[in-house]
Ligand binder design. Structure first.
Ligand code: NDP
Ligand code: MG
Length: 388
C-alpha cells in the first residue's frame, strides 16, 4: 500500500488532497496542521494515521486529548513537524503555507520518493537546494501549483531545447481593473475575495497584490530552469488556461482545466499515469470567451521585484519571500496599506542586499535560513516606519 504524508493537511490544498484519498486504500504516515486541531484529529482518525502533528506547542494538549485511545501519536512544534517528515513515505504533499514549509519538504526528499510541491515558498527561498537534494536522493518533485503543473504537463514528451517561452497566466485577482488610488485603500476583506479560486487567506491576498504571480515567476525559473527572459505572465481573467509553452516552430501548447486544485493534486497523485479525478468538466461553448491582457507592473510592482530576484538568484528569493510574509502580516493586521506591501519588500531587498553572505558555491541551508531571518528583521524595521 502506498505510504502517504500530508503536511498542511488542514489547509485548502491539504483538504483537497485528503478528498482525493480513500481510507484503507492508502497508508497515511503523517498529517500535519496548525490551529485547526479538531479537523487534524478527525482526519487522522479517519485515515488511521501513524502520527498527527500541530506546529503549535500550545495546541499539543488539545490534539493529544482528541486522539486519546486511538493509538495515533500526537506531536507538536516546528521540530516535530520536521521529524514527522523523517518517517519514510512514498508520496508526500508539501502544503504548509510560507517558508515554514521548506524544512519538512527538504527532509521528505531524503526518502527518495515523490514530493508533491504546493509550497511554492520552498522553491522561491531555496530552489537550488531543493532541486539538488532531490537529485542527490533520487527523489521526484512534482509541481502542484496549477500553472506549474500545467507547464509540466505541457512539456511532457517535448524537446526541452525547442522551448522558446513559458507563459503562466494570472487571473488578475479581485483588483484587476482597480486604479492606483483605489488600490491604496483596499482592505484585507476585499483582497481575500478571489474571483475564481477558493484558496487559503494568505495566497488569496497574494493573488490580489500579484505577489503570488511574482512567487510563481521565480518558482518557474527554479523548477524548470528556463532563463528569466523566457518566462512571461499574461492576465487571463477566466483562469481556464493555466499555462502555455511556446516552441521554436512558433506553435504554442496550452493547458486548460477548471479552477479546481484537485486537478493538479490528482495529476501529481497519479503521475506518471492519468486516472479519473472528480473535477468539473469544462463546457467550452458556455465559456464562450477566453481573454488576455498584459500585466500592469505600475499597479502591481511585485512582478518587477520578482524579475530582480530571478536575475540575482542566490539568497535574494529568501529575502523577497521573508519580506513579503512580514508585509502581509502587517496588511492583514491593518497596520500597512495594500500598496505599502510592495514598498516594504522593495526597501528590504535594497537594505539587505549588501549584508547577504553566501559562503559556498552551492547554496547552504544555513545561508538560506540566515537570509530569511535577516530579511524578517529588516522588513520589520522598514514596516515600523510606515505603520499606521
Ligand atoms: P492554508 O492557509 O489554507 O493552509 C496552510 C496549512 O499550513 C494549514 O494546514 C495550516 O494549519 C498549516 N500551517 C500554517 N502555518 C504553519 C506553520 N508556521 N508551520 C506549519 N504549518 C502551518 O494554505 P493553502 O492550502 O492555501 O496553501 C498551502 C500552500 O500551497 C502555500 O504555499 C500556497 O502558496 C500553495 N498553493 C495553494 C493553492 C491553493 O489553491 N490554496 C494553489 C497553489 C499553491 P491550520 O490551518 O490548522 O492552522
Ligand atoms: Mg498558482
Amino acid at each position: 500500500m502506498r505510504r502517504i504524508s500530508v503536511f498542511g493537511a488542514t489547509g485548502s490544498i491539504g483538504k483537497n488532497t485528503l478528498d482525493l484519498l480513500t481510507p484503507g486504500e492508502v497508508e497515511i504516515v503523517a498529517l500535519s496542521g496548525g490551529r485547526q486541531v479538531d479537523l487534524l484529529a478527525a482526519e487522522a482518525r479517519r485515515f488511521r494515521a501513524q502520527v498527527a502533528v500541530t506546529c503549535y506547542p500550545d495546541c499539543y494538549e488539545a490534539l493529544k486529548n482528541a486522539l486519546a485511545g486511538t493509538g495515533i501519536e500526537a506531536a507538536a512544534g516546528p521540530e516535530a513537524v520536521v521529524e514527522a517528515a523523517d518517517r519514510p513515505a512514498d508520496w508526500v504533499m508539501s502544503a504548509i503555507v510560507g517558508a515554514a514549509g521548506l524544512l519538512p519538504g527538504l527532509r521528505a526528499l531524503r526518502h527518495g520518493g515523490t514530493l508533491a510541491l504546493a509550497n511554492k515558498e520552498s522553491l522561491v527561498t531555496a530552489g537550488e537546494l531543493l532541486m539538488a537534494e532531490a537529485r542527490c536522493h533520487g527523489a521526484t518533485i512534482l509541481p502542484v501549483d496549477s500553472e506549474h503543473s500545467a507547464v509540466f504537463q505541457t512539456l511532457t514528451g517535448e524537446d526541452r531545447s525547442a522551448v522558446e517561452r513559458v507563459i503562466i497566466t494570472a487571473s488578475g485577482g479581485p483588483f484587476r481593473d482597480w486604479p492606483l488610488e483605489r488600490l491604496a485603500g483596499a482592505t484585507p476583506e476585499q483582497a481575500v475575495a478571489h474571483p475564481n479560486w477558493a484558496m487559503g487567506k494568505r495566497i488569496s491576498i497574494d493573488s490580489a497584490s500579484m505577489f503570488n504571480k511574482a512567487l510563481e515567476l521565480i518558482e518557474t525559473r527554479e523548477f524548470f530552469g528556463f532563463e528569466p527572459g523566457q518566462i512571461e505572465v499574461i492576465v487571463h481573467p477566466q483562469s481556464i488556461i493555466h499555462a502555455m509553452v511556446g516552441f521554436s516552430d512558433g506553435g504554442i501548447l496550452a493547458h486548460l482545466g477548471p479552477a479546481d486544485m484537485r486537478h493538479a493534486i490528482g495529476y501529481a497523485l497519479n503521475w506518471p499515469d492519468r486516472a479519473h479525478v472528480p473535477v468539473e468538466r469544462l463546457d467550452l461553448a458556455r465559456l464562450a470567451n477566453l481573454s488576455f491582457q498584459a500585466p500592469d507592473e505600475s499597479r502591481f510592482p511585485a512582478l518587477r521585484l520578482a524579475r530582480a530576484v530571478m536575475a540575482t538568484r542566490g539568497l535574494s528569493g529568501a529575502v523577497f519571500n521573508a519580506a513579503k510574509e512580514v508585509a502581509l502580516d502587517h496588511f492583514i493586521a491593518r497596520r500597512l496599506g495594500f500598496l505599502e506591501m510592495a514598498a516594504v519588500v522593495e526597501e528590504t531587498m535594497a537594505r539587505v542586499s549588501g549584508d547577504l553572505r553566501r559562503n559556498d558555491a552551492v547554496l547552504s541551508l544555513n545561508d538560506v535560513l540566515n537570509a530569511d531571518q535577516l530579511a524578517r528583521q529588516k522588513a520589520e524595521e522598514v514596516a515600523r516606519q510606515r505603520l499606521r
